[in-house]
Design a protein around this ligand. Sequence first.
Ligand code: MG
Length: 391
Amino acid sequence: MKITSIESFVLCDKLKQSFYFSQWEYSERKICIVKVTSDTGHVGWGEGYGPAGMIKAGIEHLTPFVIGQHPLETETIWSIMYRRTMDFARSGVLVSAISAIDVALWDLKGRILELPVHILLGGKKRDTIIPYATGMYFTDDSVMSDALSKEAVHYAQLGYKGMKMKVGLDIEADIANVKTVREAIGPDIDLMIDANHAYNLREAVQLANAVEKYNIYWFEEPISPEYYDQYSELRTKTSIPIAGGECEYLRFGFQTLLKSRSVDIVQPDICASGGLSEAKRIAAIASVYGVEVIPHTWGSGIAIAAAMHFVANLDSMPGRLKSPTSYIEYDQTENGLREELTTTDMIFDNGLIVISDTPGLGFEVNEDALYKYAQSPQNGLRIEESIIVQT
Ligand code: MG
């Protein structure tokens, strides 16, 4: 059994309405996905999180080292990919490229063995997980308050038990927006805030102290991810749990984050931090520190499925008779790629997602949608140009 081809695709969806967060504006959604084929005729799909064109270049760099390998040997292939790149990039987009191929290999392994990935990871430890809605980005200041409360109420009506809003524009506006959302959704829904590292320590303390009364479930990326000591100091100055890790890579990066006691909740992105193989190791390190893992998820149904299988397999932290909430991030912003690229039998029902037992990652890729978004005029790519095949 051997891997015979690796194809990568940059897909783009131009948004009807732009939105922005504390760092920059989104006017399009662009992702890199990868398809790995074995000589058995099976295929597996993966996705990388980050700049799509650079991840595609990384996948092309890694391809010759993966072709010809045994498709079930995910750990062996991960080690080969890492050794071939570690001298140049122990974080960043090359690790995202490794992640994309690794996720595709787990999907491929599941399809070959006819088992769901959560079984291959070691077992399904829960039947359902709880998605929290990610949305409430910034749009037009003049209607912000009204738009925010409408959006929040919409998520509540859909049955979400938790939701995450953006902060990081300026502290006074953030306080007003958090108040608006909390009043709109009432006291029983978990509310997270995410600054995308917009603030320094002084500002983060100021915002945290001002919004504590709104019962914030966690404060995500308050400070730039380099400042581990400032994260740990912030934790001593607020009762709000601090979350972070979406800009961290590999078990080594997460070891630094955890050792510095920077976060209460650690958020590896499966499609950036090293794939499912490395996410298992990151979770093992987090368990040593007794820190909860709730992955960051942003992208197509491939990334969402990878995160779902990972969370299905996660140990509860801590273990107890009545298990704590197992959250998964569920992006609700406009994204045709997420809606159209994959179909899955995972069911969202009354605020819960029932984990799929379908082999692999449990989705099918709609190749019509793949060609549509690869060929879209705004992408500027022809499908022929976006495929790399080596056999
Ligand atoms: Mg975030």
